[in-house]
Design a protein around this ligand. Structure first.
Ligand SMILES: [Zn+2]
Ligand SMILES: [Zn+2]
Length: 367
């Protein structure tokens, strides 16, 4: 057998990698636009991914309007799928070019909160949410992933980007409502509001084995989607008193678990009013201003009710588990991706999504 000689080392070619990228930058309330910014470089334990698919979240709309403050100059967005482009030292088990999903929440995996199981509260209140909040986000061509070893979830070859992108945030959040609410097999569950997260909460209730799922929604497109995601009935709160209707459907008893997926006093209160004694109110909504608990449905504090809240669970193990649901046919979120836009047209995508036109539920953004 002939000895093989190492191939002659090619002359080191001058790298022609681009140094800047397009990214959606927040400058102030209602001042947002694509800009040319430097491509990030990874420090130890960090990775850069080339984003191949992302989307816009309701939270981004709050940021755009100035309702959730972030610092001017920040790239926003927190739902990335991409290819590993560059890795800092300290990562193992990954290679350049690996296709990965990264959760909206990127826990460090090492602080007191993470090691106590509170991944999304990494480092302190809401601390796990970094992308497009405290560090640059995903509505860009490239993205720096912190604590990459804990957060890069490899995508199985048999899954497409579109099949997994919504797992980063809305599915993880929505499904978590059913998990935190500890939905039991055969439970009756009511889900208030069928926006993207509420629809995923409906899917979560079904995955957890609920016997009867009641969705509350007035928008006909979303009501139809709720059925597709697992709702048995949809109550239109614009035509009927949803609380009375749900009480009637449950023979006056109320539901085992009520999920609030909007973040208003009215829906929170309705969720409490349909709860059975000892039931759980699982709250996902983001509230602003004062939220009060009415005395009577709260049984003066003697009803053994549980009220639980959850911020989107993140980390690569969470993403892996969610991808397993998709892979084995238990969860299909593609119908929620109703529109597609190139990154260059992201302003149009924001407008459509913000105005809820054309039956939009989620938009796919392709950098
Ligand atoms: Zn989000
Ligand atoms: Zn942590």
């Amino acid at each position: 057998m002939l000895a093989t000689f190492p191939a002659a080392t090619p002359k080191k070619q001058k790298q022609t990698k681009p140094e800047t990228m397009r990214a959606l930058v927040f400058r102030g309330p209602n001042q947002i636009g694509l800009e040319q910014v430097a491509i990030p470089r990874p420090g130890p334990g960090e990775a850069i991914i080339r984003v191949t698919l992302t989307t816009i979240c309701g939270t981004d709309l709050h940021i755009l309007k100035g309702e959730y403050p972030v610092k001017p100059g920040l790239v926003i967005g927190h739902e990335p799928v991409g290819l590993i482009h560059e890795m800092g030292v300290g990562l193992s088990g990954y290679a350049i070019g690996d296709r990965v999903l990264v959760g909206a929440i990127t826990p460090c995996g090492q602080c007191t909160y993470c090691l106590s199981g509170e991944w999304s509260q990494c480092g302190g209140p809401i601390g796990g949410w970094k992308f497009g909040n405290t560090i640059n986000g995903a509505q860009a061509e490239y993205l720096l992933v912190p604590n990459a070893q804990a957060n890069l979830a490899k995508i199985p070859d048999d899954l497409t980007d579109e099949q997994v992108v919504l797992l980063a945030d809305i599915a993880s959040t929505g499904i978590s409502a059913a998990e935190s609410g500890e939905v039991q097999i055969g439970d009756t569950v009511a889900v208030f509001a069928q926006g993207p997260i509420g629809l995923c909460a409906t899917a979560g209730a079904k995955l957890k084995g609920a016997g009867f799922i009641i969705a509350v929604e007035s928008d006909p497109v979303r009501a139809a989607m709720a059925k597709r995601m697992g709702a048995d009935v949809v109550v239109d709160h614009s035509k009927t008193d949803a609380v009375e209707e749900i009480r009637r459907m449950t023979s006056g008893k109320g539901v085992d678990v009520a999920i609030e997926a909007l973040g208003t006093q009215a829906t929170f209160e309705s969720a409490l009013r349909v709860l059975r004694a000892g039931g759980t109110l699982s709250s996902l909504g983001v509230y602003s201003g004062k939220l009060s608990v009415p005395f009577e449905p709260f049984a003066a504090g003697l009803g053994n009710h549980k009220i639980v809240t959850t911020l989107c669970p993140g980390g690569k193990e969470r993403m892996r588990r969610l991808m397993e649901l998709v892979r084995y046919g238990r969860l299909d979120l593609r119908p929620l991706l109703t529109h597609r836009f190139a990154l260059d047209r992201i302003a149009e995508a924001y407008k459509l999504f913000g105005e809820r036109r054309d039956g939009v539920i989620k938009v796919a953004i392709l950098p």
